[in-house]
Design a binder for this molecule. Structure first.
Ligand SMILES: NC(=O)c1ccc[n+]([C@@H]2O[C@H](COP(=O)([O-])OP(=O)(O)OC[C@H]3O[C@@H](n4cnc5c(N)ncnc54)[C@H](O)[C@@H]3O)[C@@H](O)[C@H]2O)c1
Length: 322
């Protein structure tokens, strides 16, 4: 076989593998590889991980997952009772690896940034160290672009961006002192490509990529790692809790069990694979979202033709089943 034929065969085989993965996998290729061959969950043992938004959804499931590997946890959200329920489930799931003292319930409203320093001190006083911060607390939005009041943009940025950046700066200064650490943020596919009817939310998640992407470059050649988790639609309280265009209003929609969404358990499992392997950015979503994401990034012209063809209503139906 001639050399060019050989190269041609490799290219065809590569595209065949990509094609099969696009239609069968719910992750990007890197995350798929690590999930199949190198989960590295043992690395969580003995680490101290602080999770915000740990009272429900993805944050709760990440906490439950990590407890199985003997990870010491700091659980934060606003609802103390729910956090204690999560703590008790974590202790049960750990099968003796964790005691009550290994899980600190630290209630907080992440938008109260003046309290971040003292809450961080609580963590260090309790455990003597912090290895990983998972900035997961957040809310979404459903609203028509021109109907969004500026107050909603501001509230969403306070919650999804400024609280994350303020807490992360405190923690990164600490990581600088001790010489290592990992900063994680739950972004979204909407942080990479915009989705219709959630402009302020899309912008907050895009902002995280800007802030934390810059930090990642500044921390090249250090032992400080930044991981951005990018889920597509997941079954959680997310839509119910979403902002609309008007301050103080909640979208209030609940999912139907038949919606095309990933389970929070699967999303948390994949998130743990990404965190354990210190991956920089990981995508996780059911078909066809990963395929749309790849096309939008690598062939944007084709992606926009596709959007024009199917129209925004179909895009929204794909996303929320509405
Ligand atoms: N569910 C999805 O479809 C989806 C998709 C992509 C990204 N995400 C992201 O995942 C993260 C978790 O969301 P979820 O889907 O698990 O929803 P969820 O509503 O089940 O969980 C959100 C968590 O954040 C907490 N929270 C909200 N506001 C807070 C505040 N002011 N202070 C402290 N805690 C606060 C809630 O109490 C809860 O624990 C969010 O950052 C969200 O943007 C979700």
């Amino acid at each position: 076989m001639g050399f060019l034929n050989f190269i041609g065969l490799i290219v065809v085989l590569k595209f065949l593998v990509y094609f099969v993965l696009f239609f069968t996998s719910d992750t990007d290729l890197e995350l798929w590889f690590y999930d199949k061959f190198k989960r590295n969950f043992d690395s969580f043992k003995g680490k101290v991980v602080w999770i915000t938004g740990a009272s429900s959804g993805i944050g709760e499931q990440i906490a439950l997952n990590l407890s199985k590997y003997g990870t010491k946890l700091v659980l934060s959200a606003r609802n103390k009772d729910k956090l204690y329920q999560v703590k008790n489930r974590c202790i049960d799931l750990s099968e003796g690896k964790l005691t009550a003292n290994d899980i600190l319930v630290l209630p907080m409203d992440v938008t109260h940034i003046s309290k971040h320093n003292s809450l961080f001190d609580n963590v260090i006083n309790h455990f003597g160290k912090l290895d990983i911060l998972i900035n997961n607390a957040g809310r979404s939005q459903r609203a028509i672009w021109e109907d969004i009041e500026l107050g909603v943009d501001q509230e969403l940025f306070d919650l999804n961006v400024f609280s994350v950046i303020n807490l992360s700066r405190i923690v990164v200064r600490y990581f600088n002192q001790v010489g290592h650490g990992q900063l994680v943020a739950t972004s979204s596919i909407a942080g990479i490509i915009p989705a219709p009817f959630s402009a302020s939310y899309d912008a907050t998640k895009h902002a995280l990529h800007g802030y934390l992407g810059a930090l990642r470059l500044e921390k090249l050649h250090t032992n400080i790692h930044i991981t951005l988790l990018c889920p597509g639609p997941v079954f959680t309280n997310f839509l119910k809790e979403s902002f609309t265009g008007r301050p103080g209003e909640k979208y209030g929609l609940t999912h139907s069990p038949t919606d095309n969404r990933m389970s929070a358990e699967r999303c948390a499992h994949l998130s743990c694979v990404a965190i354990a392997n210190k991956l920089k950015e990981s995508w996780m979503a059911k078909f066809p979202f990963i395929l749309i994401l790849y096309f939008s990034i690598y062939c944007p012209v084709i992606a926009y033709k596709f959007y024009e063809l199917i129209g925004y209503k179909t895009i929204n139906k794909l996303r929320d089943n509405q």
